[in-house]
Each structure stands twice: as C-alpha cells, then as structure tokens.
Ligand binder design. Structure first.
Ligand SMILES: Cc1ncc(C[n+]2csc(CCOP(=O)(O)OP(=O)(O)O)c2C)c(N)n1
Ligand SMILES: [Mg+2]
Length: 695
C-alpha cells in the first residue's frame, strides 16, 4: 500500500467518524428537544438524520451566513412534524438569524437554548416550522403535502428567474429545490397534483426525498397505502432513485448525484428508513412517531448510539466545524462568486439588475401604477372578470415579475396576459409569464406560495366556488404573510345556468374568515381596476379578488364618488340628497348597482338613503375609526346590506336595526336574471326592506 492510499484510507475513516458523530448529534438533539417539551415527533428526525446530513454537507448550496442569498438551494421539510430535524440542522450548520429587513445578525437562527425550548412560548422552535419566524425555514409546513406543493413553485421560480435574468457568462439563477416528504405527504392529493405538474413541466431542478418508512400514525402503511410509489412517479415523468437504507451515506450521495445529473425532469429519491432508529423498543413502530419516547428509552437509545446516556443537548465541537468546512465553505464560495458576477452584471445589464434589486426588496418598478386602466360609464357595463382582466394586463406590462395563470379556466377567468412578449411558461421554455396550472387548484395555490417565497408576484385563478379546493394553501399564504393573489370569478348565483354546484354562497364568508386575507369584491369595472392596484400594493398579505361572471353597469363616476374609494375598503358611493340619510344601503360587487337603484326608488318615495360600497371588509377595517364612523355613522341605525352570499360577517356593520338581503341556502340552475329576481335581489325588495327598517 502506498503512503497516499494509506492517508486516503485514514481520511475516509475520519470522515466516517465525524459523519457518525454528526448524525448522532442530530438524532440526540431531536430526541432531547422532544423530551424536554414532553411532546413532538422524535422518530422521524432520528431516522432521517443521515439523509439530511448527507444532503446538507455534501450537496446543498447554501451559505449559513447569508441565508437570504437569492440563488441558494431551497430546502423544504414537507413533513413538518419532524421539525426538530430542521431545527437541529439549522443549529449545527450555524445558520444566522436575519432581521425583518433582511439584515444578517451575528446570532444563530436557532440557539441551543431554542432547542431546549422546543415548542415553548418565544422560542425559535415552534411545533411545526414557520417561515418568517425562524430564519432558514423556507416555508411553513405541517399540513402534509403543502411543502411538496411549495417546492414546485420554488422550482418554477428558479427556472423563470434563470430564463429571464441569466445571460451568457452570467448564470445568476440555477438553484435547486429539495423537499423531504413522508408517507402522509405522498398520500395527500395535493402532492399528486404538484408532482403531476412538476413532471409535466420537466422541472429537473426539483428533488423530493421520500421517507419510505412504512409507518403512519395508525400503524403500518399496510392499513391504507399499497400503491407502487416508484411506478406512479415514473408515470408522472419523474426520475426515480432508490436508497435501500437511510444510513447508507454513500448510496445517498449517489442518489443525490443522480438527481443533479438528470436534466429530463424532477427526481424522487425513495429512501427506506426505520422510524425511531436506534430505539430498542420503539424503532420501526408508530409509537416513535408523535410522542416523546420517555427518559428510560432515551437513555437506552443513546447507549445504542454510543452516546453519553445521561447528558442531553450534547454538541461535539467537531460537528459544527464540519458543517462549516463543508456546506459553509462551499456555500460561501458560491455566494461570493455570485456576488462578484452580479457586480459585473450590474454594469452590463443595468436594467435587469435593477429589477433583481427590486424583487429582493419587494418593491415594484417605479410608475407601475400608471398601468391603471379607466373605464367609461356604461349602463350595460361589463363583468368584473373582464374589467379585472384588462386591469391585470394594464399593470402586468409594468411589472415583469407579475406572472400567473389559472386552473384551466383562463378564457373564463380572463387572466391571460395578452400583450406582446408575455409568453407561456412551458417545459423547456421557462421565460413566459402565462402559467398553465391545469385542473389542479390546490397545487396551483401551493405553487403560488412557493413563487411568492422566491420574490415573484404570482396570481392564480379559478371559479370562486372552487376556492374550497385550494383553501388550505390560501390559509398558508396568510399565515406566512405572502402577497399571493387569488383571482376568483363566477362569484355568486349570478353564474346562472351552471346551477348550485357552481354558485358560491358561503365562500365570501369563508374567505373573510381567514385572518389576514384581503378579500375584495369590486362593484364595477373601475373598482375592479383599483382592486388589482390594491392587491399589487400589498407586500405581506394575500388578496382574493372576487369577480362576477355576468355584466354589471360601469357606474357614472360624475354622479357618484370616485372608484379610488375602493382602496379604503368602504366608501360613500352616493350620498342621500336633501338632508341626513335615514337609512344606509351597504353592498359589495354586483349588488352595488342594485343598492343605487333602490336609493332612487326610495328617493322617489321621499326617503333619504346613502349607498355605501363595501368591496373589502379588511381594507375598511384598516381605516381609522373616525373614517369608518364617517361612512357608517353610529347615529344611523336603519341599515340594509345586500350581497349575493350568506349573511355571516355582515352583522358587524348591520347592528340591531340592520337587515340583510342575501342568500340563506344554495342557488339553482336558471338564467341569472330569473334567479336574481326569484331570490329577491330586486330594487323593490331592497327599498321595501329599507322602509321596514325605518319603521
Ligand atoms: C393534511 C394533514 N393531515 C393530517 C395531519 C396529521 N398528521 C401528522 S403526521 C401524520 C402522518 C404520519 O405519517 P407519515 O406522514 O408517514 O410520517 P412519519 O410518521 O412516517 O414521520 C398525520 C396524519 C397533518 N399534519 N396534515
Ligand atoms: Mg411514514
């Protein structure tokens, strides 16, 4: 044996030692965290420690001291219940905490104390990983399947950013996206939708690492999961790799390399693991899934790892050092080279470089508001889906990174970008801005979140009634404070002939029930234009635009207040003439013109009514109390709200003397004029109700 070979053998042996040390550190930190909290999920981090260790030290391009570097690889823990895994990793890798403005601090994102305080008030280690709360957590996970869906949006972003901003010699965007997922993730419909989309789009920068441990909460996966996952993913156009033992670091390394060298499509790495690995009595059983394994079992397990049995939160100095000398060094080199490139790029492509800066700082290009389209008064009018579509196109010309699409409904939702150069986002041709999500509402919404997390301004459209299909992701947009934009058309019984399955009734109340989601139902074409403006101005809240299928009048703004009032959520659209109002008529969307007609009828009968357009409860609640009182004076008790949905939510504006003209059951199939009349959406009914309120 030559000296060189001898040395090499020694190096490998040392490497194996430090690897084992690191893997066991991840395992024991995770166990200790759960044990200290008295709750949590220890078994999966114990099993996946080597899988994640190998990924981070050997593969992931990530600089722990620059956790927001735009071209970093994204790591997503879709099985968020295994949160102690990511927290242990963030701690050991030395990922720095950032301020809310993005400034990197000298503090660790996750300190040893945070690990000790897993799941406790004020710690950086909540039960499930929360983006925005803990630096390094790229997306909020826990609801199974969501991380997988987000990862598709992130991979889309990498491809789109690369297509738009990369230039010869300037490979600015080529980041890869890794998502670890569990049986539950892959059983969920969402991940199937997302995988189908990713396969179709040939997102070769996307890698899911499936923890095939045969265990879920109820016990063996034999109870409910018998499909051939590999075959399924092959059918979806994925490259499938298999690792027979989660502890086999070399096999893992080979699988990661196989992913990196595959440019045909996304990769699924199926890793066989044993949940609760090392625990003499709980390994391989559901008992290791969701509860602390107990002090005695922890001791026995540590003994099995060759770890000090009575010590907890042990971090051997070699471990963070090793992360630093592998991932840290690699990430830092890559980031510095990237920054040097960006400096030259700024000189050569100043306009594009400026856009990148704006994307990073969540700004829109100067003058974007000039894209506001104005609509002339028109009694016949147009559907707000049409006016909003024109408004979207007006703004999109000014905002290159505003992109999106629909769940196969673009001709109905009017969300296609039709101007020159808008293009289509397709497999192999990733520069276009019109996305085609297919009939996959849930994956669409989860992808929007992934895109928003990468700085893009994404929108996704479908019929309002199908907002129910994507609601879990919309809720997460809000939890994460992402400005994802949802375009919902066909917003009421006004859908007409398609009948009750397609007529939203409770969806407005349900959307308004999501804290932080700005719901806007504009009352005419000009309000629709401002609705888009309001949505685009948001930086840390999602917006749902709720739009009609049917034509509604474009109001004559010389006779009523300016549509800009929409930005305040509620405004006096038309004041009572000849004295203080006796009654307030409140309405949103298609019912605003009905309120105006009722106001006229009441005036003919000598009754003074004020019409208040309330397109958005949330924007209205943002206003000062003084403003809100001005619009809805406490002294005016008689009020009628008109909305083609259920009453829930309106009571806050109606008070004791208020009445509601709306729906209290499902609609039916008929021409919309007939349905509106039959369900009482008539000026006669509104004015009669108002008279009753006045008494
Ligand atoms: C959408 C959703 N449904 C249910 C749950 C509750 N839950 C948490 S983990 C889990 C399944 C656990 O099995 P698996 O995904 O295989 O994870 P493992 O125990 O193997 O880590 C369930 C049902 C959830 N988090 N999200
Ligand atoms: Mg499992």
């Amino acid at each position: 044996m030559t000296t060189t070979t001898k040395n090499k053998t020694k190096d490998v042996a040392q490497l194996k030692d430090v690897a084992q040390l690191a893997v066991n550190t991840i395992r024991t930190l995770s166990m200790d965290g759960v044990e200290a909290a008295g709750c949590g999920h220890p078994g999966t981090p114990m099993a996946l420690a080597p899988v994640t260790y190998q990924l981070w030290t050997d593969v992931l391009r990530y600089d722990p001291v620059a956790p927001l570097w735009p071209n970093r690889d994204r790591y997503v823990l879709s099985c968020g219940h295994a949160s102690m895994l990511i927290y242990s990793m963030l701690h050991l890798a030395g990922v720095r905490k950032t301020e809310s403005d993005g400034t990197v601090t000298n503090q660790l994102s996750v300190t040893l104390d945070d690990l000790r305080n897993f799941r406790q008030w004020g710690s950086a280690t909540p039960g499930h990983p929360e983006h925005g709360h803990t630096t390094g957590v790229e997306t909020t996970t826990g609801p199974l399947g969501q991380g997988c869906g987000n990862s598709v949006g992130m991979a889309i972003s990498s491809k789109w950013l690369g297509a738009r901003y990369n230039k010869p010699g300037y490979e600015l965007f080529d980041f890869k996206v890794y998502s670890q997922c569990s049986d539950g993730d892959l059983m969920e419909g969402l991940s199937s939708e997302a995988a189908s989309l990713a396969g179709h789009l040939k997102l070769s920068n996307l890698c899911w690492i499936y923890d095939d441990n045969d265990i879920t909460i109820e016990g063996s996966t034999k109870l409910s999961f018998s499909e051939d996952v590999a075959q399924r993913f092959e059918g979806l156009g994925w490259n499938v790799e298999k690792v027979a033992d989660a502890n086999d670091l070399e096999a893992l390394s080979r699988a990661y390399r196989a992913f990196q060298s595959c440019d045909e499509g996304p990769t699924l790495i199926i890793v066989k693991s044993v949940i609760g690995f090392g625990s003499p009595n709980k390994a391989g059983t559901a008992a290791a899934h969701g509860a602390a394994i107990g002090a005695d079992e922890v001791r026995r397990t540590k003994a099995a790892y060759g770890w000090p049995e009575d010590e907890s939160f042990v971090v051997p100095a070699e471990v963070p050092e090793y992360f630093q000398s592998t991932m840290g060094r690699r990430g830092c080199d890559a980031r510095e080279a990237w920054e040097a490139k960006l400096e030259k790029y700024q000189v050569e492509y100043p306009e594009l470089a400026k856009e990148l800066m704006q994307i990073q700082s969540e700004e829109l290009p100067a003058g974007w508001e000039e894209g506001l389209v104005e609509f002339p008064a028109d009694e016949k009018g147009m559907a707000t889906r049409s006016s909003a579509g024109k408004a979207l196109n007006g703004f999109a010309k000014h905002i290159p990174w505003l992109l999106g699409g629909s769940a196969d409904l673009a001709p109905s939702t009017n969300t296609l970008l039709t101007f020159d150069g808008a293009g289509h986002f397709e497999a192999g041709d990733y520069g276009g801005r019109n996305m085609h999500f297919g009939i996959r509402e849930h994956a669409m919404a989860a992808a929007l979140n992934g895109m928003a997390l990468c700085g893009l301004r994404p929108y996704g459209a479908t019929f309002f009634v199908f907002s129910d299909y994507l609601r879990p992701s919309m809720r997460l947009s809000s939890i994460m404070g992402l400005p994802s934009i949802y375009v919902f058309t066909h917003d009421s019984i006004g859908v007409g002939e398609d009948g009750p399955t397609h007529q939203p009734v409770e969806q407005l109340a349900a959307a308004r029930a999501i804290p932080g989601l700005v719901v806007i139902r504009p009352g005419d074409a000009n309000e629709a234009a401002y609705a888009w403006r309001a949505a685009l101005a948001e930086t840390n809240r999602p917006t749902a635009l709720v739009l009609t299928r049917q034509n509604i009048p474009t109001l004559d703004r010389s006779k009523c207040a300016a549509a800009e009032g929409l930005c305040r959520g509620g405004y006096i659209l038309s004041e009572a003439e000849g004295g203080d109002p006796q009654v307030l008529l409140l309405a949103s969307g298609s019912e605003v013109s009905l309120a105006l007609a009722a106001q006229q009828q009441l005036a003919d009968d000598g009754i003074r009514a004020r019409v208040v357009s309330i397109p958005s409860f949330e924007l209205f609640e943002d206003q000062t109390e003084e403003y809100r009182r001005e619009v809805l004076p406490a002294a005016i008790g008689p009020r009628v709200a008109i909305e083609a949905g259920i009453r829930q939510g309106w009571d806050r504006y109606l008070g004791d003397q208020g009445a509601f003209v709306g729906m209290d059951g499902f609609g039916l199939s008929a021409p919309f004029q007939k349905i509106y009349a039959e369900f009482g959406f008539t000026a006669e009914k509104v004015s009669a109700t108002a008279k009753r309120m006045i008494g």
